[in-house]
Design a binder for this molecule. Structure first.
Ligand code: HEM
Length: 427
């Protein structure tokens, strides 16, 4: 078995940084990841490779495009989804916690997600209100004439709290801070901590902990939330409170995706003109198909979730080799959807590739995954991001962008949203 040095599961860049045995800067790490996997495939063929991380975790990495379909198609009784960190709450033991929703032991969570997020419906039933919220928050977004991550995050955080919990939560930055803190803590929890001094009182600790405080705050907002909020839609169908944190966490992917989409548009004037024309027009029931294609394409190039993970519940055979139950199977979706051997113009921004009706089901490209584990918020996430792009483009031109992108050259492997600056001028 190949040992992956210095790698921690949960970051594809990190995984393959281990493979190449160096400590490159993030952009190099992603390029190295792709190069390392291509060279692994060239040297050893397409068969899945068992790699061991430094923490001792073994993962089966799928390199063969022919294995993709099966990864997505296996029922949860065979491969159970391990939801991405961005779309789950940190600790299953805590009051607001959540484990795998789909195929895991708690299918009622799927029911709650389905009622709230309406996967499969391109336009969410609460969209008239969501659209009004986005229009209001976009005013803060564009007021300064420049767009950068801090500003975009503040606007999206406000919109997300209003969409999930209602207008009463609009200003509650503290709640967002607690939830981010909990996610960061959950990541740190992988590292063993020294024992505390003396036994804590469980009740008092729970009440004072960020989790306890966030829990109480969420309960209070949910009690007043309207039926057109996510928590209000979900409430009659099960434990809506338990889904608030994963939903807010998932909406956190929007700022980076919004900035990357606008940056790519700024570097592709023809695409920008078409997107701006759509934004200026009267959006119909299909709501912003061109802008949605641009968002999908930005996510193909720069996925919010670059690796998908399943855990085998039974023994499975991959290309003739058996692997025991409990094997972690990793699909490096970011690698496959930019694989020039499989995807035409893999490193170029081509929103039109998403035009055909089959594109959304093409397993080579998976910004939201496919099959039973597919993101239940895919349509909502696309719609909200496209609508925010439209709010920006409706009143403004994108004049200058940083970093500069050359539309003729292959696009860079990584676009750090913290480094993106867009200058806007009024139309
Ligand atoms: C545009 C932004 C988004 C992207 C790129 C995205 C992507 C993904 C991906 C790739 C997965 C895992 C699929 C798999 O394992 O095969 C996932 C899962 C999930 N997403 Fe999203 N998502 C987005 C927006 C949202 C939104 C807006 C929500 C809800 C408000 C949401 C809720 C979830 C949930 C709850 C899961 C995990 C389901 C489970 O527990 O198994 N996502 N998402």
């Amino acid at each position: 078995m190949r040992t992956v040095q210095g790698a921690a599961l949960g970051g594809f860049g990190a995984l393959v940084r281990g493979l190449v045995g160096t400590r490159p800067r993030p952009a190099d790490a992603v390029t190295a990841s792709a190069e390392a996997l291509h060279s692994l495939r060239a040297r050893h063929g397409c068969a899945p490779r068992l790699l061991r991380t430094r923490s001792g975790k073994t993962v089966l990495v799928l390199l063969d495009p022919r294995d993709l379909r099966r990864f997505y198609a296996e029922p949860p009784t065979v491969l159970v989804a391990d939801p991405p960190r961005k779309c789950r709450a940190p600790d299953p033991g805590e009051p607001l916690g959540t484990g795998p929703a789909y195929g895991g032991p708690r299918p009622e969570r799927r029911r709650v997600d389905t009622e709230a997020l309406t996967p499969g419906l391109p336009v969410h039933p609460s969209y008239p209100r969501f659209r009004a919220v986005l229009a209001e928050e976009a005013r803060h977004l564009t007021a300064a004439g420049t767009l950068e991550l801090g500003r975009v995050r503040r606007a999206v955080d406000r919109a997300a709290r209003r969409i999930v919990l209602g207008d009463a939560a609009a200003d509650d930055e503290q709640l967002t801070g607690w939830l981010r803190h909990l996610r960061a803590d959950a990541d740190d929890a992988r590292v063993p901590q020294p024992p505390p001094n003396g036994p804590p009182s469980p009740t008092r600790t729970a009440a004072r902990s960020p989790h306890g405080k966030a829990d109480a705050r969420i309960r209070a907002y949910a009690a007043r939330a309207g039926r057109d909020t996510l928590v209000g839609r979900a409430a009659p169908h099960g434990d809506a409170l338990g889904r608030v944190h994963p939903w807010l966490s998932a909406l956190d992917t929007i700022p980076g995706t919004l900035l990357r989409t606008l940056l790519l548009l700024g570097a592709h004037p023809c695409e920008l003109r078409r997107a701006a024309t759509e934004a200026a027009g009267d959006p119909g029931p299909g709501e912003l198909p061109r802008l949605r294609a641009c968002v999908r394409e930005a996510l193909r190039l720069y996925p919010a979730v670059p690796e998908l993970v399943r855990v085998a519940r039974t023994e499975t055979r991959w290309q003739g080799v058996s692997h025991p139950a409990g094997t972690t199977v990793l699909l490096p979706a970011g690698f496959h959807q930019r694989d020039p051997e499989q995807v035409p113009a893999a490193h170029a921004f081509v929103p039109d590739r998403w035009k055909g009706p089959g594109a959304d089901r093409d397993v080579r490209m998976a910004p939201f995954g496919h099959g039973a584990g597919r993101c239940p918020g895919d349509q909502l996430g696309l719609l909200l991001t496209a609508a925010l792009c439209a709010e920006v483009l409706r009143g403004h031109r994108i004049e200058a962008v940083r970093p500069a992108l050359d539309p003729v050259e292959p696009l860079p492997a990584l676009l750090d949203p913290r480094a993106i600056r867009l200058s806007l001028t009024r139309r």
